[in-house]
Design a protein around this ligand. Sequence first.
Ligand SMILES: NC(=O)C1=CN([C@@H]2O[C@H](COP(=O)(O)OP(=O)(O)OC[C@H]3O[C@@H](n4cnc5c(N)ncnc54)[C@H](O)[C@@H]3O)[C@@H](O)[C@H]2O)C=CC1
Ligand SMILES: [Mg+2]
Length: 352
Amino acid sequence: MSLYCGTFFRRKSFGCYRLLSTYVTKARYLFELKEDDEACRKAQQTGLFYLFHDLDPLLQESGHRYLVPRLSRAELEGLLGKFGQDSQRIEDSVLVGCSNEQEAWFALDLGLKSASSVRASLPKSEMEAELGGSFVKLRQALLQLNSVDSSLLFTAQALLRWHDGHQFCSKSGQPTQKNMAGSKRVCPSNNIIYYPQMAPVVITLVSDGARCLLARQSSFPRGLYSALAGFCDIGERVEEAVHREVAEEVGLEVENIQYSASQHWPFPNSSLMIACHATVKPGHTEIQVNLKELEAAAWFSLDEVATALRRKGSFAQQQREASPLLLPPKLAVAHHMIKEWVEKQSRSSLAA
Ligand SMILES: NC(=O)C1=CN([C@@H]2O[C@H](COP(=O)(O)OP(=O)(O)OC[C@H]3O[C@@H](n4cnc5c(N)ncnc54)[C@H](O)[C@@H]3O)[C@@H](O)[C@H]2O)C=CC1
Ligand SMILES: [Mg+2]
């Protein structure tokens, strides 16, 4: 195999060369690590490790941003040794990605409570002192992380949480075993395989052609409005879930459902957010808020939404300034949809 401008050439069985892009090579490598425990164990020798403590990632403050440190195998073994743990503990880690050069990345939680003494939760503050960083709640750190780091940490946290919650087979009650990469767990007594799961959620930005509908739950920060979101029911198509959720939450019927984007969202569990735009039937714009689900919902004009999008400063700052409308952070798919709607409306009002 030779490396050429980030692209691999691989000999095919019938003798000619086929071009494999860096992306394809990476995808095939990750697939191999998930399927082959020995290959994954080998990758742990040269890989890098993200650390967590009870699902909080290790971060280092740098000005107004957070950096995400990664430990080499030698550094991790040194740390474990200081806390009386041997390197076997490294096999609890889960695979979260790899570099273009096939350096595998893993996440390891050293703070989860476990009945076993070999899997003891290591003391948080002593580890922080040793590592020169802090284990920070991911939700709190969201706005100070870049999008690449946050996406990796979202995946890592979701996978670690899933393993923590699936230690036992729901049929036999026996302990399940993780494969080396952490892409599944198996019950040795009946061979049932458990795979990490995400719950599909539809999130819909409803428009009446001139305004868009935004809503808030009582748990949202003061002033924050977002698009309508809801978990898909079992057996439902995405379109059906969009129709039902909008009807349930604001009492409206929608049409012209258009897919926009998707996002993995780890809070409070792992959801696959499926973002769609939709319109209401002409003349049918009267909102009837379901107060069991929402605190308020309202139509907002292009001007109101565009002004809120342009506003700079943190949530806390905007709340202090009593901004009339706060929107979800850039990292959330809801922000992306609202921005997309503003751009489309602005283009059509210019063209008119
Ligand atoms: N990334 C983003 O831009 C946004 C993400 N979200 C996320 O979307 C998710 C769904 O939004 P909600 O309005 O709360 O949903 P929702 O409108 O379906 O209401 C939540 C209720 O649905 C029920 N439910 C059904 N299946 C569930 C499941 N698999 N997990 C948990 N609850 C389930 C529960 O009774 C729960 O109280 C939330 O986790 C929220 O964090 C919401 C808005 C924006
Ligand atoms: Mg909802």
